[in-house]
Design a protein around this ligand. Sequence first.
Ligand code: HEC
Length: 125
Amino acid sequence: MTWRAAWMLAGLATLGACAEEPDPRLLAMTGKAAEGRDLFLRLDCKTCHTTNGERGIGPTFLGVFGSTHELQDGTVVTVDEPYVRATLRKERRVPRKGFDPVMPDYSRLTEPQVASLVEFLRALK
Ligand code: HEC
């Protein structure tokens, strides 16, 4: 094998290792979405929310932004920026249907932090 082929194989092995990280979608993020991702990891949202479509203690974040679903009182809501804000500040009293009311209060987050989390959710299509 030439040194070039060996170098390419080494490169592929590295990519393979990256693919085993929790979620390649997270690695691909840039800008505000990446800031939101770091908050997601640091604030332990990941304890209850996945980014790969699997249900956790809370709903998955994959594809949640812009989606429509029901709350426990039958109200139909769209997950948009105001809804995410209200959720983080615990201003939305009625939990999503099928989930327990255990979403913590994140009112302490700053406005730029909330904006980054919104961009993070928007990027998880
Ligand atoms: C202890 C578990 C837990 C943690 C930690 C948690 N959440 Fe949640 N979250 C939930 C549950 C359960 C729901 C669904 C019930 C509800 O609507 O309140 C939810 C709902 C949500 C929703 C609304 C989703 C929808 O489809 O309506 C958003 C957005 C959200 N969480 C964002 C976050 C973010 C961002 C963090 C981290 C800063 C976080 N959550 C941390 C449990 C958690």
